[in-house]
Design a protein around this ligand. Structure first.
Ligand SMILES: [Zn+2]
Length: 218
């Protein structure tokens, strides 16, 4: 079974791609966002500590995140492919993530990085809408909600984030490119890096992923 880490700048569509793999190729979708929310709702003491950071929009310290992730991954089906999204955001997290995997006798098969130009990034994000209740994301061009303006999953009215304005997007993309470079270099050197252009349509990108990862239809 494969273990794959997906990463890319905001607006590259990584969540949508992993959802497709989850539905069509029997992937487990393992993310820290869900982990923090779920463990918090179960009253986990570490999650309560972590929440003090993420409610302020700050990153939760590595030690705490990865101690939680080590527990969190144990509930997922070992017989399935595993997809992680953006769990390695700085080089210091690389060994911590490797420890999480080796603890469950897995290793990273691929690091899939979605690349997106500044123009494409801005176009994507200024058309993006988000559900403030369940965090589902929608897009006027690529992923429309079925009832305009309302979340498919929970019915909440959709909103646009302050962050999705062009100047903020540019700044964030520059920052992103700077921090991701050493991480890409590491995985490139290990021979597991796959870079995928994220500017085509959702369906076309999906096809490229299926082909590059050597997934077969079930
Ligand atoms: Zn919702």
């Amino acid at each position: 079974m494969k273990t794959i880490l997906f990463h890319g700048p905001s607006g590259c569509g990584k969540d949508t791609q992993v959802e497709l793999l989850e539905n069509k190729y029997n992937f487990e979708n393992i993310g820290t966002g869900e982990m923090f929310r779920e463990m918090y709702s179960q009253g986990d003491i570490k999650a309560i500590k972590a929440r003090q950071y993420w409610v302020k929009g700050k990153f939760v310290p590595n030690e705490l995140t990865y101690t939680m992730l080590k527990e969190w991954v144990k509930q997922f089906n070992q017989e399935k492919n595993w997809a992680f999204i953006s769990v390695v955001r700085d080089p210091g997290q690389i060994p911590l993530f490797e420890e999480v995997l080796s603890d469950v006798n897995r290793k990273l098969d691929y690091f899939v990085h979605f690349t997106l130009s500044e123009e494409a990034s801005i176009e994507r994000m200024s058309l993006r809408w988000i559900c403030g209740n369940c965090n589902a994301t929608y897009h006027e061009k690529y992923k429309k909600e079925s009832v305009k303006g309302f979340c498919d999953k929970c019915g909440t009215q959709l909103m646009q984030r302050e962050d999705d304005k062009p100047a903020k997007i540019k700044m964030r993309l520059m920052e992103y490119n700077k921090t991701i470079e050493p991480i890409l270099a590491y995985y490139r050197q290990k021979g597991v890096l796959i870079e995928i252009d994220a500017s085509p349509s959702i369906e076309d990108i999906h096809k490229v992923i299926v082909e590059k990862l050597g997934l077969s239809t079930i």
